[in-house]
Design a protein around this ligand. Structure first.
Ligand SMILES: [Zn+2]
Ligand SMILES: [Zn+2]
Length: 246
């Protein structure tokens, strides 16, 4: 279910990734984009959709299977340079804008698929075609990368983390209320990437600002940061470090 007005986004065909969701409006960082609704599934039972792209992990006891026939945030594609992130909230998984999203940009998220093996190796089904500068070629992540995510899930979900939120095979119903925005103090566990289509913004600093400051600037402006005095451009933050083009 989308939580932004219907004229803020458009669902259309992409060239190589099926349908996608595109912004028709600039979207301010932090904006809650939607709630991942669908059918509550038993993660321990095999189902044919389990390995598809419409399954969202809830807590330890349930998955949420999006219905491809409905228009919801499950239509948002994966990207290695995603502009939305996941926010666990009262047993639901919300998507929010991790930086400013520009009109015309595709709205993307990181699917956070578990590694099929010990390392983030690609599989035939989850090859990534996002074409971002930092694309890993796969939607999978190494197991170790999930530690901060798991901590966040446990903390934010609280009781829901271990509890089944409804009988399996029933629909996850919308909540009565949603936050409109995820605060800027949200734990900085996610990687962050500036828009690749917008020009970079000139910064006058003579020293590279701390990561928290770089994060704040990218988050709020959505743009890459050019530091002419340092001869480099920062296009994102990954694993707590600045991603730099020289
Ligand atoms: Zn896979
Ligand atoms: Zn990619």
């Amino acid at each position: 279910m989308f939580l932004i007005p219907s004229d803020w986004y458009q669902i259309k065909k992409t060239t190589n990734r099926g349908r996608g969701v595109f912004a028709r409006h600039d979207i301010v960082a932090g904006t809650v984009i939607g709630d991942y609704l669908g059918t509550i599934m038993d993660p321990k039972k095999e189902n044919e959709a389990r390995d598809g792209l419409y399954t969202m992990v809830g807590g330890t006891t349930y998955d949420i299977l999006g219905n491809p026939d409905t228009e919801g945030i499950h239509l948002i594609n994966h990207s290695c340079a995603n502009n939305c992130d996941l926010y666990p909230y009262q047993g639901h998984v919300l998507y929010f804008a991790s930086r400013k999203i520009f009109q015309g940009e595709e709205i993307t998220v990181n699917y956070w698929l578990y590694a099929p093996g010990e390392e983030a190796t690609t599989c035939n089904m989850h090859v990534c075609h996002c074409e971002a500068r930092n694309c890993t070629g796969t939607m999978h992540h190494a197991i170790a990368q999930f530690d901060p995510l798991e901590t966040l899930w446990k903390k934010n979900f609280g009781v829901w983390y271990q509890k089944n939120i409804g009988p399996y095979q029933t629909k996850l119903l919308p909540l009565a209320d949603y936050p409109r925005s995820i605060g800027k103090d949200y734990p900085n566990i996610y990687d962050l990437y500036a828009s690749e289509t917008k020009p970079s913004l000139k910064q006058s600093d003579t020293q590279l600002p701390p990561i928290s400051e770089l994060r704040k600037r990218i988050r709020e402006t959505g743009q890459r940061l050019a530091f002419p005095k340092l001869g480099l451009t920062v296009f994102g933050i990954e694993k707590g470090m600045a991603l730099v083009i020289k």
